[in-house]
Design a binder for this molecule. Structure first.
Ligand SMILES: Nc1nc2c(ncn2[C@@H]2O[C@H](COP(=O)(O)OP(=O)(O)OP(=O)(O)O)[C@@H](O)[C@H]2O)c(=O)[nH]1
Ligand SMILES: [Zn+2]
Length: 202
């Protein structure tokens, strides 16, 4: 089987200065009244900077596709892809599940790449609505498929760990493109699979 390796079309990595980030983290914690002279906290600013940098760095990957030799033309659905992102308002995590469907054209996608596409867009400051749309737009463009559906269901720490403290509330967003937008039966099929038992393991 031929493997096509499409470029993942990643945006250029932003400039990053970890030393400056660590100094800034120390300044912020000190300004918040935390005494960094305690042994247990001495390494915290560095960890903070590295942890944030990690959450803002998606893994490298190649968007591997295969010819659709069998002319498979039903939905391919990947459910309950666990993801975590950072809300751009508070830089606190939002975590949840992505359900993704696409209707193949001439090529099918290596299954793991759906989760990698989620990670690619999740590892940057985000709002859930934009993240949802970016995943759908990216798949439609790169895969040249006949339709894409993306549903995200996530809990925002800025709403549960602080502020309004609506523990357990989740936000559901969706983006539907091509046949998944235009064909009510396909849309219903996708939505059914995202809500049937097993879609979101608890
Ligand atoms: N639409 C949308 N809003 C988000 C997302 N993540 C966080 N928010 C919201 O962004 C808003 C920011 O509102 P502000 O009033 O500026 O911030 P705040 O004073 O910290 O607000 P509270 O969280 O209500 O205490 C809040 O209502 C958050 O719930 C997201 O992914 N999408
Ligand atoms: Zn937030």
């Amino acid at each position: 089987m031929t493997i096509a390796q499409l470029p993942a079309a990643r945006p250029a990595a932003p400039p990053r200065n970890m030393e400056a980030a660590e100094i800034a983290a120390a300044e912020m914690l000190t300004a918040l009244g935390i005494d960094l002279s305690e042994d247990a906290l001495a390494a915290t600013p560095g960890r903070m900077a590295r942890a944030l940098a990690e959450m803002l760095t998606p893994s490298e990957f190649t968007l591997t596709t295969f010819p659709n030799d069998q002319r498979y033309h039903h939905l391919v659905i990947e459910r309950a892809i666990r993801f975590r992102s950072l809300c751009e308002h508070h830089l606190l995590p939002f975590v949840g599940h992505a359900h993704i469907a696409y209707l193949p054209g001439k090529r099918i996608l290596g299954l793991s790449k759906l989760a990698r596409v989620v990670e690619l867009h999740a590892h940057r400051p985000q709002v859930q609505e934009r993240l949802t749309q970016q995943i759908a737009d990216y798949l439609e463009k790169e895969l040249d498929c006949r339709g894409v559906g993306v549903v995200l269901d996530a809990e925002h720490m800025c709403m549960s760990a602080r502020g309004v403290r609506a523990d357990g509330a989740t936000t559901v967003t969706m983006a539907l493109l091509g046949a998944l937008r235009d064909d009510p039966a396909l849309r219903a099929e996708f939505m059914t699979f995202t809500t049937t038992p097993g879609a979101v393991p608890r």
